[in-house]
Design a protein around this ligand. Structure first.
Ligand code: ATP
Ligand code: MG
Length: 567
């Protein structure tokens, strides 16, 4: 049945009007085209969508309703497809409407053939695609947003990795610093403990030798042996002092001094130490730089640093000792004392271990490895800091930061003249020490000078004697003793009972939480262990003579000596 015939039969039949209505008002546009693509027939839905009337459409080519891009698309793709396969489905086009508007549509096309197989017409069904296009647009936007988000996420991930890496590094550095600190703490505890015991032994050895020498027949050979033994014991005491310094438990006698004056005071000794191997220079400011430190220990520290600088400069060069008031961001930041050399410098491996006691790169007998340990312990115990900048072949700078006393210093006093030991005027002394050997040395030293002596082996025993009314002029007590009362507590109690009692406290290593201020607060004077009998005698004498001013009149202690193994 041909097109014309079917239309007629529709018109003639009952349902003809219905079919016509269905055709005209279907929810899609219908177009019939001739084989050349010219519109032959169009339904009302299509004309109402496009705003073109049926009359203007019939005779025009479907192509004319398309944009330029659409035309090219149609000619190159869909016209050939239609010719070859006879149809195409759901192809998206934009149709140009009457008022210049454009509507998106989906087009299905099918070729109708005649009996000989030649194209007779083309039927197009056109679906409105506004919703679908909108949906596609939204889909596209959603996809773009998703891509953007995942790109951002990737970037965040990248920086996250960098940030995590940075945090991990920071943490590793902190852990390393902690490990170092713990290592130093552990070694400090160990050396401190050993040194404490050695102090008592050395006090006994030094004291016994002294007493022995007095009773010895005047035999030069015996004297040589005794001198050698005393010499060795003193050297032992020096090593011990460095160990104690490292463990940060040595009793420090901090005073306020001008750091310039300390440096100048030992400049001669430093010159002799460097001995022309390198050129020693000093750079000190015009104004005083007051610090609060143990002067003997500071001298010892400087000597150790200069000896190290000298040993690192076998080929000569400059060694600079510099002092100044440190400034950070324009505000004072402690007193800085630096020793700078142009010597061999250190490898990172050496640098990491320099503060360890007994760590040395020097030949057997040339260094004990205690120099920097002592410096480290002293500076830290004094509330300061130490830093080292060194590289192989580029010299070394070691800087000590020490507490700024922040005061104006009075002019320095003349050193007091040497005192002679004189025999007792009959003043009596109570000697308290739990170590019977140390006690025996003190007792026989003081007895030889004619002092009547009483003894006790603990703080409680001593206090009982005083409470029972024992009359003594001076109390000489150790600090660390087993039992309820340590030496400082004993001193305090004794002072309460007898306000005029003179007190001399001795210790090699103050227990945790105690410092010399506690001794002074208890009204005592301090003598550090190991002490030589002469030092004990002088301390006792100066106390009994009424000097009770501390710390400037503090008992003589082992002054600065060269580190073992240095000239
Ligand atoms: N100024 C420096 N230049 C290069 N290396 C140094 C310097 N100071 C210290 N060192 C290195 O640090 C090590 C430890 O120094 P430290 O002063 O503790 O011990 P020592 O000098 O070897 O022995 P001691 O000081 O007990 O005689 C030295 O052996 C040396 O390798
Ligand atoms: Mg050294």
């Amino acid at each position: 049945m041909n097109e014309q015939a079917s239309r007629e039969s529709l018109q003639n039949g009952d349902g003809a009007a219905d079919f016509q209505d269905l055709f005209e008002n279907a929810p899609c546009g219908y177009l019939s085209l001739d084989p050349e693509g010219r519109i032959t027939r169009v339904n009302r839905t299509f004309t109402s969508w496009t705003g073109h009337s049926g009359e203007t459409l019939v005779g025009r080519r479907f192509l004319d309703l398309l944009s330029v891009a659409g035309k090219i698309f149609y000619e190159t793709h869909f016209a050939p497809m239609l010719r070859m396969q006879g149809f195409f489905n759901e192809v998206a086009f934009d149709l140009r409407c009457a008022e210049g508007a454009v509507i998106p549509v989906l087009v299905n096309a099918v070729e109708r053939l005649d009996g000989t197989g030649r194209a007779r017409s083309i039927r197009m069904t056109i679906l409105a695609a506004s919703d679908r296009r909108k949906y596609e647009q939204e889909l596209l936007e959603a996809r773009r947003a998703a891509e953007r988000a995942s790109r951002e996420l990737r970037e965040v991930n990248l920086t996250l990795e960098a940030r995590v890496e940075e945090a991990v590094q920071k943490r590793l550095r902190a852990e390393e610093a902690l490990r170092q600190a713990q290592k130093m703490e552990a070694i400090g505890q160990l050396t401190g403990g050993v040194a404490h015991d050695f102090n008592n032994l050395l006090t006994v050895i030094l004291g016994s030798l002294e007493l022995l020498q007095r009773r010895m027949p005047p035999d030069p050979i015996l004297k040589r042996f005794a001198d050698a033994a005393e010499d060795a014991a003193r050297r032992g005491a020096q090593v011990n002092a460095q160990l104690l310094a490292f463990s940060r438990r040595q009793p420090l006698q901090a005073v306020t001094v001008d750091a310039r004056e300390v440096v100048q005071g030992i400049s001669g000794l430093l010159e002799r130490t460097v001995n022309g191997v390198a050129t020693l220079e000093f750079k000190l400011p015009q104004q005083a730089i007051p610090i609060h430190v143990d002067r003997n220990q500071l001298e010892m520290a400087l000597l150790n640093l200069v000896v190290n600088a000298r040993d690192a400069s076998p080929g000569g060069g400059r060694i600079l000792v510099e002092g100044c008031r440190g400034m950070v961001d324009g505000s004072p930041a402690g007193i800085w004392i630096s020793v700078i050399d142009e010597g061999e410098g250190m490898t990172p491996e050496v640098l990491e271990r320099v503060f360890e006691p007994f760590f040395t790169t020097k030949a057997m007998g040339a260094g004990t490895g205690l120099g920097l340990s002592m410096v480290y312990g002293f500076v830290r115990q004094s509330g300061g800091d130490i830093d080292i900048v060194s590289a192989r072949g580029a010299g070394t700078t070691i800087r000590l930061r020490l507490p700024d006393a922040g005061v104006v210093l009075p002019p320095t006093e003349e050193a007091s003249p040497l005192v002679e030991v004189r025999p007792s005027d009959g003043e009596s002394i109570l000697v308290v020490d739990d170590d019977s050997a140390v006690r025996a040395i003190a007792v026989s030293t003081l007895e030889q000078l004619g002092y009547p002596i009483h003894q006790a082996n603990s703080g409680e025993a001593a206090l009982r004697l005083l409470q029972a009314g024992l009359k003594v002029d001076l109390l000489f007590t150790d600090v660390a003793m087993p039992g309820r009362l340590n030496g400082i507590e004993l001193a305090r109690e004794a002072r309460r009972l007898r306000p005029d009692l003179r007190i001399l406290v001795t210790s090699g290593r103050l227990p945790e939480g105690l410092d010399l201020d506690a001794v002074w607060a208890a009204g005592g004077k301090f003598l550090s262990k190991p002490f030589h009998p002469l030092e004990l005698a002088l301390s006792v004498q100066s106390l009994l003579d009424g000097e009770n001013q501390l710390p400037s009149a503090a008992a003589p202690s082992h002054g600065p000596g060269t580190a073992a193994g240095t000239p």
